[in-house]
Design a protein around this ligand. Structure first.
Ligand code: FE2
Length: 278
């Protein structure tokens, strides 16, 4: 599937963009499944907001339990000062996470598409395990900024073995809050570590390395629907607020090598569902 130049690029730059990997039918099956989840979501029962601006201090049981469930999280800008939704729920959801691949057949089928396993083996996986899926809406006008971070801060294995697969469900560009990366900077140390103390049920973002985020060139990853971006768990990445009138849906999949040690301090634990092999 990947040629040697693409594999070299991924190793040296820490990311890889592949256009047109998924058919319009595969993309719309995931999109429709996500919209169906939103339709069934009862906003009055769960008003948990997902924001990265508070350095993950606001995580609650609804968030932690989503490791083995399908939960919807709201955009910060979708609630007024009294906590009341200021728009329709279809335009208020930040993301759905984090076990759709186990619990929603369309997501499970998408993740099992042979191309995904083939690509992972091309970049060096022997036995990739799927740990987490997210459907991200990046809503028009309010889709929040996701600050610079490395995914290994949240999904930590020893040795480091996590890769993110970022599937464009809609076109993503600088106007609607596309992904940004810092090519080659995946070689730098892990800057932060989000650890959970399960006795108190609280998480804390610990600073490990004080290298500023913006010391290297950053590039926007503008892609069309159906494209795939692969990136290493140490790659600094970011996305701006979506101030445009167009949403920017994306579906993300995180995998790790079987046999690498999954930290007990990771927020994402799957004692019941486990991680499935791709
Ligand atoms: Fe990320």
């Amino acid at each position: 599937m990947l040629d040697p130049d693409q594999i070299k690029f991924f190793r040296e730059q820490g990311y890889l963009v592949l256009d047109g990997v998924f058919s319009p039918e595969h993309i719309s099956s995931v999109r429709e499944a996500a919209l169906h989840i939103v339709k069934d979501f009862d906003v009055d029962k769960h008003r948990t907001v997902f924001s990265t601006q508070d350095r993950d201090a606001g995580r609650d049981d609804y968030f932690f339990e989503s490791a083995e469930a399908v939960h919807c999280f709201l955009e910060e800008g979708a609630l007024d000062a009294d906590g009341v939704l200021n728009r329709s729920k279809e335009l208020a959801i930040n993301k759905i996470g984090h076990a759709m691949h186990d619990l929603v057949p369309q997501f499970g089928a998408f993740c099992r598409l042979p191309v995904i396993g083939e690509l992972l083996r091309d970049i060096g996986y022997h036995d990739p395990l799927l740990w987490q899926t997210m459907y991200i809406f990046k809503q028009p006008g309010i889709g929040g900024e996701v600050r610079w971070h490395q995914d290994a801060s949240y999904l930590h294995t020893r040795p480091a073995s996590v890769t993110g697969l970022w599937v464009a469900i809609e076109d993503a560009n600088e106007h609607n809050g596309c992904l940004w990366v810092q090519p080659g900077q995946h070689r730098l140390p892990l800057r932060e570590r989000y650890k959970i103390d399960w006795e108190t049920g609280t998480g804390e973002l610990e600073v490990l390395d004080k290298t500023p985020w913006l010391t290297a060139p950053q590039v926007p990853v503008e892609v069309t629907a159906g494209s795939l971006v692969l990136f290493s768990d140490h790659m600094p990445h970011y996305s701006a607020k979506n101030s445009s009138s167009h949403s920017r849906h994306a579906f993300t999949i995180h995998v790790a090598e079987r046999g690498s040690h999954w930290s007990q301090n990771n927020w994402l634990q799957r004692p019941t569902l486990g991680a499935f092999r791709l």
